[in-house]
Design a protein around this ligand. Structure first.
Ligand SMILES: Nc1ncnc2c1ncn2[C@@H]1O[C@H](COP(=O)(O)OP(=O)(O)OP(=O)(O)O)[C@@H](O)[C@H]1O
Length: 728
């Protein structure tokens, strides 16, 4: 079922002057060009005015009514500038026209932003404004007063085509109806390396999700290619428009599966005039970290599990591995000794002082020093010593290099990546893991391939753990009370002796923002079915008071324990109200390709959400048996590149990555460097992406790669718009 009931499509020209279709089209284009020219001219005027007014000073801009106009014009100017630079080649500023039944009402033009004429009458309506909603919601069965909906295809400022839908066949009108329908024209276009806005052809069911009220959590579900991602991005633009103050100030965070995916979607919001959005892949959610490497499936399954939260909570309370376990101090006639038991008591008392969240880094070194001095003072027995006051004693101890060195080692500021590194040690892991993780978990986490080379070499899965620790430990900060530390001169020189190689390796001086700055006013999670419980905790921290958009399709999930992830997702949403939207038309795949993918999914027992693919190409997917895999795959990729106008993806199991690159060495340059139409990908890399042609290398290997390999292969099979070849 398409969202819009197919409109009536009579002969090309309706009405009295049934003329040559090409002539009618040319006449219509010329007319629309006149309108578009007027809009651009007015935009230039607005831009000049905005510049002049802005030059008069910002302060006026926020005063009174006139000020409001300045602000608006400046916005128009900014948005227009971005549109002009970013998307002129693909998408025009004016894209829609509505002709209403009431002949007294002038046609309305809809565009990426709103533009008014000199009398402040709307010349172009912002697609997000209430007056534009009918452009998307009118259907042939419910025309809502619209007779004809027209989509203008522009290249830059030039109108190159129009596509009409006659919505009210009963209406008495002599409006000509031109073209094949905007949606089909849009869906058949060649794909490039970027996702484009669908602002001209948003379908009614999609529009409902986009314009849902900015409350609680909007959940968008649907099978492959139903527009979940692109709809969610348009929703972000809609929210910024409808409550700019709240969302621009509070920030909008978009979380997606990979860096490749973030690059794929990064143009959509700027092309809608919005740039105030943080786009982060799961490996980049924590400031200053950009992890791209994935752990092996079994390692990822342990690191992402909910039990890691308790494991890390325990780790964050442990003594620093390798730090001194006791301390002796000679004072007058006394030998004072802090035993492991004494130090444990002081540590627990300090941990109790880290604020409501019990954060270790929130307790300054000076506070730790003072408690240790108390513990020492309680042991002072000798008469000569007791002649002196506690203050004298404290001054002596705190001025003693030996004590200060001990203090630095025993209560240092802790970096989360450093604490994560402690988990590499089997005995540390066994101590804190008792009753939390299994022997099998310990075996997985202590395997050589479970961790990177050092604290900076983090996997995507590690990032959620680092974030958990950041929130358990608090920000490491220089202790202001120790800034004039008499020991400062000593510390630099002595650091190599003070810490083990491992300690220093895991002490990352990463630039981090403050924890309080992590939150956003809106959080959009794409491919939500893939988040592990630990990743839900990380993302949840970004939006305790935010509104949310959550997008996903459970059948495409690469997380093996959905129950646990659902619980963590509930926790992250904190009982917010849900608004659910379901999309059921596949706009990506040809009907032939999706039929093939759906049959596969059913055969292997995936519980799929079955959308209807609306576009048929007559080209069935091909399965080939290769005797020489490299030769077959490269020949097929060559064939696709030669006759498909857009992109081609070659997908193989992660284990074949290096081999695949060798097969295609030099191809990227041949196809035009960065603009290359060819991409080499692993199964997981393909999440959320699409290509005109897909070549799957040894699909059985992708299936066998992880417990969720079948779901991954289903994702791969649903990436192509035109052609799909599997080489076994
Ligand atoms: N209304 C529309 N008009 C034109 N194109 C559309 C429309 N809706 C979706 N599309 C196109 O369909 C393709 C699939 O959209 P999108 O990637 O958002 O789907 P998805 O549901 O997130 O897919 P998946 O779950 O498989 O990753 C994109 O090329 C998108 O531009």
């Amino acid at each position: 079922m398409t969202d819009r009931t197919p409109p009536a499509r009579p002969d090309l020209a309706v009405g009295p002057a049934a003329a040559d279709p090409a002539q009618v089209e040319a006449r219509e284009i010329a007319h629309e060009q006149g309108v578009v020219d007027r809009v651009y001219a007015q935009l230039e005027v607005a831009a000049r005015n905005a510049q002049l007014l802005a030059a008069e000073g910002h302060s006026r801009a926020r005063l009174g009514h006139e000020g409001g106009l300045v602000e608006r014009d400046a916005m128009v100017f900014q948005a227009a500038k971005r549109i002009a630079t970013l998307d002129a080649a693909h998408e025009g500023l004016v894209f829609g026209r509505l002709d209403l039944k009431d002949p007294a009402v002038e046609p309305r033009y809809v565009g990426r932003i709103g533009v008014r004429d000199d009398d402040h009458e709307p010349l172009l309506i912002d697609w997000r404004a209430p007056a534009a909603a009918v452009f998307y919601q009118a259907t042939a069965s419910e025309p809502q007063g619209v007779v004809r909906r027209r989509v203008l295809r522009c290249t830059g400022k030039r109108v190159v085509g129009v596509e009409d839908d006659l919505l009210d066949a009963e209406a008495e009108t002599d409006l000509p109806i031109v073209g094949e329908g905007a949606l089909m024209a849009q869906l058949s276009r060649a794909r490039d390396r970027r996702m484009h806005s669908i602002v001209a052809t948003i379908q009614a069911a999609q529009d409902k999700a986009i314009r849902a009220p900015s409350r609680g959590v909007v959940e968008i579900s649907g099978g492959p290619g139903t527009g979940k991602t692109v709809v969610a991005l348009h929703r972000a633009a809609y929210l910024l428009y409808s409550d700019r103050r709240r969302y621009e100030r509070g920030g909008v965070l978009v979380v997606g599966p990979s860096g490749v995916f973030m690059r794929y979607i990064e143009r959509v919001l700027p092309s809608l005039g919005e740039t105030a959005v943080a786009l982060r892949s799961l490996g980049e959610v924590v400031d200053g970290i950009d992890a791209v490497r994935h752990d092996a499936a079994d390692v990822a399954a342990v690191k992402g599990a909910a039990r890691m939260a308790e494991l890390l909570r325990r780790a964050a309370r442990q003594p620093v591995p390798g730090s001194p376990r006791e301390f002796r101090y000679f004072y007058r006639d006394d030998v004072l000794r802090l035993t492991p038991g004494d130090l444990g008591r002081v540590r627990r008392s300090l941990l109790g002082q880290g604020g409501a969240a019990g954060r270790r880094n929130a307790v300054p070194q000076a506070r730790a020093g003072s408690l240790l001095v108390d513990a020492l003072w309680r042991q002072v027995k000798g008469e000569r010593a007791l002649e002196r006051s506690r203050e004298d004693f404290a001054e002596t101890v705190l001025g003693d290099d030996r004590f200060l060195l001990f203090l630095r080692e025993w209560w240092p500021p802790l970096y989360s990546a450093e604490v994560l590194g402690w988990l590499r040690d089997p005995s540390f892991l066994s101590t804190i893991g008792e009753g939390v993780i299994s022997v099998a978990d310990v075996a997985v986490l202590t395997r050589a391939d479970a961790w990177g080379r050092d604290a900076h070499d983090l996997s995507v899965e590690d990032v959620a753990l680092v974030d958990e620790l950041r929130h358990l430990l608090g920000e490491p900060q220089e202790d202001p009370e120790l800034l004039d530390d008499p020991l400062a001169h000593l510390v630099d020189a002595n650091l190599p002796e003070l810490t083990t190689v491992q300690d220093r390796e895991f002490t990352g001086p990463r630039a981090q923002r403050r924890i309080e700055d992590d939150t956003y006013a809106h959080v959009l999670v794409d491919e939500a079915q893939d988040l592990s419980p630990m990743q839900w905790r990380m993302v949840g921290r970004r939006g305790p008071t935010a509104t949310w958009t959550v997008v996903g399709d459970p059948a495409q999930s690469s997380w093996p324990f959905p129950g646990e992830a659902d619980a963590a997702r509930e926790e992250a949403m904190r009982n917010k109200q849900r608004y659910r939207f379901h999309l059921d038309t596949n706009y990506r795949n040809s009907a032939e390709i999706y039929r093939f993918a759906a049959a596969y999914a059913e055969r292997v027992g995936l519980d799929i959400d079955l959308p209807e693919a609306v576009r048929s190409t007559g080209v069935e997917p091909v399965e080939a048996k290769a005797t020489d895999l490299a030769a077959e795959v490269t020949a097929e990729a060559r064939r696709m590149l030669d006759h498909l106008p857009g992109t081609v993806g070659v997908v193989a199991a992660a284990g074949r990555r290096a081999e695949l690159e060798a097969w295609f060495e030099g191809w990227a340059e041949r196809e035009g460097g960065d603009q290359a139409r060819l991409a080499l990908l692993t199964g997981l890399d393909t999440k959320g992406l699409e290509f005109d042609g897909i070549v799957v290398v040894a699909p059985g290997e992708i299936e066998a790669e992880s417990p969720t390999g079948r779901a991954t292969l289903y994702v791969v099979l649903t990436r192509a718009t035109q052609e799909l070849t599997l080489v076994h």
